[in-house]
Ligand binder design. Structure first.
Ligand SMILES: Cc1cc2nc3c(=O)[nH]c(=O)nc-3n(C[C@H](O)[C@H](O)[C@H](O)COP(=O)(O)OP(=O)(O)OC[C@H]3O[C@@H](n4cnc5c(N)ncnc54)[C@H](O)[C@@H]3O)c2cc1C
Length: 374
């Protein structure tokens, strides 16, 4: 069967990492693709993101890895610093070959700009401020009613609408969203010269660290355990984050001083979700966080979402019938994604008990799994 199919059309809900990557993967194979995004144009939150080796590899399949490397900060080493200031160094595998770094830290708006530019270059239509109101599966195509009162009849509906997916519920594949007693903090700061890779500090208090995202910028992260998922007033974010960073070794004291502006700080709950049933129904499917959201500490959610888009496009090219393609897609993806989500739940529990060392083999096994071919 030809890999180019000019006849098929897809509607994607969500212009996040997974939705935009899927749009390009489908459009590269000749699909006519439209994305409806509930948020306003350019509203991507401004904190930083770590694109792991598997994320970069998947972006490389879309021809976008080098653009991300240029826009971010390439790195290949994670340094773990214990409470006694002793250091352990992990050299990450370079999945893109010896000439490219193992991973990249990048500002989220930069990644979104790269993904959006590519989707637009491939004639993907992106409409903002719109969501999906109803899904009616007919034989073959699916009829999708939108919140602006219009409707589309398409060969494929993709719910890439994140952990609170509406499409997931509309196609009858609900998934509980679980909170794991932790809040994740991120703050954009100037990059200290010594931050040339990820540096994580496992102190007596909360786990924290720094990730470079450009020659001049970095983000500080902190995992707050045994936390209420309450709202901290925006103006208090920097002060509260500094309090949680607490006294520490010299480098923690330095990053603590750098967390200066509350407008550069975000605090998000550690939540996971996993669709237990098949992720598809008829000609509709959920992908990315809508189907399988690991906790943010794993820095693997982006890789899973982009890989989903690539595998979905491959299976659709290999099957005439959308339903069979979606079955094959879920069959290829389910175990890898479930292992990541379930391991991230275990890691969150161990972190709550301050058993950081016990998390290291689990994290290593996930890196190994993710390094294996998609
Ligand atoms: C604090 C934090 C830090 C993280 N850090 C990392 C990291 O360093 N590395 C990493 O790999 N992963 C990280 N993750 C996870 C990663 O962000 C997600 O796994 C990834 O963004 C999933 O992509 P997605 O496209 O499935 O969902 P999202 O990126 O959430 O995109 C969903 C999109 O759908 C839109 N949308 C929502 N509802 C609707 C609707 N009803 N209709 C239309 N559109 C809708 C949203 O506005 C959004 O644009 C982090 C997550 C958090 C919360």
């Amino acid at each position: 069967m030809s890999t180019i199919d000019h006849a098929r059309s897809a509607l994607i809900a969500g212009a996040g990492i997974g939705g935009l990557a899927t749009a390009s993967a489908l459009a590269q194979r000749g699909w006519a693709v439209e994305i409806v995004e509930i948020g306003a144009a350019g509203s991507t939150a401004g904190w930083g993101l770590t694109l792991s080796g598997p994320s970069l590899r998947a972006l490389g399949s879309l021809g976008l890895a080098d653009r991300c490397l240029s826009a971010g900060f390439g790195m290949s080493v994670i340094t773990n610093v214990d409470a006694d200031d002793s250091e352990g160094r992990i050299d990450l595998p370079r999945l893109m070959g010896p000439d490219r770094p193992a991973m990249v830290g990048i500002a989220r708006p930069e990644l979104h700009r790269i993904l959006l530019d590519e989707a637009r270059r491939l004639d993907v239509v992106v409409s903002n401020g719109i969501s999906v109101a109803a899904v009616r599966q007919e034989t073959g195509p699916v009829r999708v009613e939108l919140t602006d009162g219009t409707a589309r009849v398409v060969d494929l509906l993709v719910g890439a609408d994140g952990i609170r997916s509406v499409v997931r519920d509309l196609i009858g594949r609900p998934a509980p969203i679980r909170y794991h007693g932790q809040m994740v903090w991120r703050a954009l700061v100037p990059r200290p010269g010594w931050a040339t890779g990820i540096v994580t500090f496992f102190g007596a208090g909360q786990q924290c660290g720094i990730v470079p995202i450009s020659s001049s910028g970095a983000y500080v992260f902190l995992v707050e355990s045994k936390a209420e998922p309450d709202v901290v007033p925006d103006a208090e974010l920097a002060g509260r984050m500094r309090d949680l960073l607490g006294p520490g070794p010299d480098r923690v004291a330095e990053i603590r001083r750098l967390v200066a502006r509350s407008t550069s700080v975000v605090r998000r709950p550690v939540q996971t979700a996993l669709v237990d049933a098949p992720w598809s129904r008829g000609s509709s499917v959920v992908i990315g966080d809508a189907a399988h959201a690991p906790s943010p500490q794993m820095a693997s959610g982006a890789a899973l979402a982009i890989e989903d888009g690539l595998v979905l496009a491959e299976e659709l090219a290999d099957h005439d019938d959308t339903g069979s393609a979606l079955d094959a897609f879920v069959g290829r993806r389910r175990e890898r994604c479930a292992v990541l989500v379930n391991t991230s739940v275990t890691i969150a529990a161990l972190e709550q008990q301050q058993r950081h060392r016990d998390t290291h083999p689990l994290i290593a096994s996930c890196h190994e799994l993710m390094a294996s071919p998609v």
